[in-house]
Ligand binder design. Structure first.
Ligand SMILES: Cc1ncc(COP(=O)(O)O)c(C=O)c1O
Length: 447
C-alpha cells in the first residue's frame, strides 16, 4: 500500500534563544533553523572540523555544575565521569568545585593527568580489576566504593595505608526506568543487598579490617529519573541502615551518597526535573529520618553524570543519502550512526533532530534518520520532521548528545570516533581530535 507522505509546514523556530528543552543554553535559532551554539555557527564548525562532530558548550556544563552545587548546600556533588570525560572536562568540574566519580584506571588516568585532587575522587566499579585498584591506591583516591564481599579482603590486602571506603548497597528501590538502567533493585549486578542481611555482613567484615575506614553508604538506583520518590525512599532506607550500624558497632557514618540518575529532556516536551525541589525533598527526607533515629545528619553526596553534560552537547551529521520508499517512508542516512550514538539501539532512546540553516517556512515530513553502519537497527531517530526536499549535503544537528555518546562510542565498521569540539563565547577549540584510520591501524600489530 502506498501512503501519501504527511507534509506539514516547518514551524519556524523563534529567533534568538531556543528555550532549554534538550538544547544547550547558548543554542540560537534564526529564520534558518538552529544556527549556533556557544556563539559559533554550526556550519562553520562542520566546515572546519568535519562531520560527524560532537559539539560541547563549556558555559552550559559550568552552569549545570553551579546549579547542582546550589541545590545541595553543604553537600557534595561528584560528577560521574562515565557520562563524558576528557582532560578539559575534568578541569572544568574541578574548577567548579565538584568531586569526580571514576570507574576505571583509564578514567582515573585522565583525572590524574590534570592533577585532579585525589581526595575528591571516588572509585566505583562492580568488577574493579587489579589495575583499577592499583591505580586508585597509587593515586591515593579519597574513597573507594566497595561493591562486593570479595572486594573487602582483596582491598584490605593491598592498601598501603588506611583507606576510606563507602559500601554500595541495593536499597530495593525500583526507579521505574529502562531495565538496562535499573540498579537499585536486588536482582541486578551492582552493590550488596540490604534485604537479605548481606549489607550488614559486609559492614561487619569492613569494620574488622583496621586498614579500612568505613565513612559512609552509597546507592545508585537508576538513570533518567525525574521524580524524587525513588531517591527519597532509598535515602530513608540507607539512613535506617546507618542507625543499625551505629547501634551494632558504635560507628556514626558521616556520608550518604545517593548516586546519580537525575534525568534530562531528550526531546521538546519531555518531563523536566525540578532540581531545587528534587534536592529539597531529598534533604528533608534525610533530616526527618535522622531526627527520628537520633542520628547526626550525614553529608549528602550526589553523582550526576547525564544531568551535568547531556544537554551541553549536540552532534553534527552530514546527510549522505535520502531514500523515499514506496510506502512513503523517508530514510535520511548520515555519516555517523550507532558507533557515535549507541543509545537508540541500546535503550530505544529518542532524539530531537533539526536541519541546520534551512530557510524557515518550508514544508516538512516525518523521516527516519539512519546511520551508516551495516545493521538495519542502526537508526538514530524515527519520525522526526525534516524538510520535504532534504538532500545529500544537508547538515543535521541532534540535541542532547553530551552524555554517554563519546564515552560509549565504538569503531564498528572501522569508523573512527568523532572529535569533541568545545565552544564558548564565539570560539571553538578541539578537546578530543577525530580518530583516524591510522589510529585504528596502529593497534593492529599482528602480521
Ligand atoms: C554509581 C553511579 N553514580 C553515578 C552514575 C551517573 O548516572 P547518571 O549519568 O544517570 O546521572 C552512575 C551511572 O551509571 C553510576 O553507576
Amino acid at each position: 500500500v502506498t501512503q501519501a507522505p504527511v507534509v506539514t509546514p516547518i514551524s519556524s523556530p523563534p529567533a534568538g534563544e531556543m528555550g532549554r528543552g534538550p538544547w544547550p543554553r547558548t543554542a540560537r535559532a534564526g529564520g534558518t533553523g538552529v544556527v549556533s551554539v556557544g556563539g559559533v555557527a554550526l556550519r562553520q564548525i562542520a566546515a572546519e572540523y568535519g562531520t560527524p562532530a560532537y559539539v560541547l558548550d563549556e558555559q552550559d556544563v559550568r552552569q549545570e555544575c553551579r546549579a547542582y552545587l546550589a541545590a545541595f548546600p553543604g553537600g557534595e556533588v561528584a560528577y560521574a565521569g562515565k557520562a563524558f570525560l576528557c582532560r578539559s572536562m575534568a578541569r572544568w568540574v574541578d574548577e567548579e568545585g565538584l568531586s569526580l566519580d571514576v570507574c576505571s584506571a583509564g578514567e582515573l588516568s585522565v583525572a590524574a593527568s590534570v592533577g585532579f585532587p585525589p581526595e575528591k575522587l571516588i572509585l566505583h566499579g562492580n568488577a574493579k580489576t587489579p589495575d583499577d585498584m592499583h591505580a586508585a591506591l597509587e593515586y591515593r583516591v579519597g574513597r573507594i566504593v566497595i561493591d562486593s564481599l570479595s572486594e573487602i579482603s582483596r582491598l584490605a590486602a593491598q592498601v598501603p595505608q588506611r583507606q576510606r571506603v563507602l559500601l554500595r548497597v541495593t536499597p530495593g528501590v525500583d526507579a521505574h526506568t529502562h531495565a538496562a538502567l535499573t540498579t537499585g533493585i536486588d536482582n541486578q549486578k551492582f552493590g550488596i543487598s540490604m534485604a537479605d542481611g548481606a549489607a550488614a555482613d559486609a559492614v561487619r567484615r569492613i569494620v574488622a579490617q583496621p586498614c579500612l575506614d568505613l565513612v559512609g553508604l552509597h546507592c545508585h538506583i537508576g538513570s533518567q529519573i525525574t521524580v524524587p520518590d525513588g531517591h527519597e525512599l532509598a535515602a530513608r532506607r540507607l539512613t535506617g541502615l546507618m542507625a543499625a550500624i551505629r547501634d551494632e558497632h558504635g560507628i556514626t557514618l558521616g556520608q550518604l551518597n545517593l548516586g546519580g540518575g537525575l534525568g534530562v529532556a531528550y526531546a521538546d516536551g519531555d518531563p523536566e526535573l525540578d532540581l531545587p525541589a528534587f534536592a529539597r525533598r531529598l534533604r528533608a527526607a534525610v533530616d526527618r529520618e535522622c531526627a527520628a533515629l537520633r542520628l547526626p545528619v550525614p553529608r549528602i553526596t550526589v553523582e550526576p553524570g547525564r544531568a551535568i553534560v547531556a544537554r551541553a552537547g549536540v552532534t553534527l551529521y552530514r546527510v549522505i543519502s535520502v531514500k523515499h520508499r514506496p510506502d512513503g517512508h523517508v530514510f535520511v542516512a548520515v555519516d555517523g550512526g550507532m558507533s557515535d550514538n549507541p543509545r537508540p539501539s541500546l535503550y530505544g532512546a529518542s532524539y530531537t533532530v533539526r536541519v541546520v540553516g534551512r530557510p524557515a517556512g518550508s514544508a516538512s515530513q516525518p523521516a527516519t534518520v539512519a546511520g551508516r553502519h551495516c545493521e538495519a537497527g542502526d537508526i538514530l531517530a524515527r519520525d522526526v520532521p525534516l524538510p520535504v526536499d532534504i538532500r545529500p549535503g544537508d547538515l543535521l544537528v541532534t540535541a542532547c548528545t553530551g552524555a554517554y555518546h563519546h564515552s560509549m562510542a565504538a569503531n564498528y565498521n572501522m569508523v573512527g570516533r568523532p572529535p569533541v569540539i568545545a565552544v564558548r563565547d564565539g570560539h571553538a577549540r578541539v578537546l578530543v581530535r577525530r580518530e583516524t584510520d591510522a589510529d585504528l591501524r596502529r593497534r593492529d600489530v599482528g602480521m
